[in-house]
Design a protein around this ligand. Structure first.
Ligand code: SF4
Length: 89
């Protein structure tokens, strides 16, 4: 039996390096787009990245924002809503 190459191992875990955990293991119906950890790097054009990973400047760590959320998903904090104002308007 031969040992798998690094490329074969990477192919088995396509989310590694891009996503903090396997996509689809998070809350039902949520995507990276809804997550507080989604960030955009702005070099020559906007690249969405997962802020919980060691992302690089290259496309290898660029994520798709419509990917199903992973188990490390965290909801965006409410901005200007009732919870941000302690229940007051
Ligand atoms: S759901 Fe959030 S933590 Fe998980 S991969 Fe997407 S942006 Fe990263």
């Amino acid at each position: 039996m031969t040992r798998p190459t690094m490329e074969e191992l990477r192919a088995q875990l396509p989310w590694r390096g891009k996503y903090a955990a396997p996509p689809g293991t998070g809350p039902e119906g949520k995507t990276c787009h809804d997550c507080a950890y989604l960030i955009y790097t702005d070099y020559r054009k906007r690249h969405p990245k997962c802020g919980r990973t060691k992302y690089t400047h290259g496309d290898a760590t660029t994520i798709k924002t419509r990917t199903a959320a992973c188990r490390l998903f965290e909801a965006e904090p409410a901005v200007g809503g009732a919870s941000a104002l302690g229940g007051m308007e």
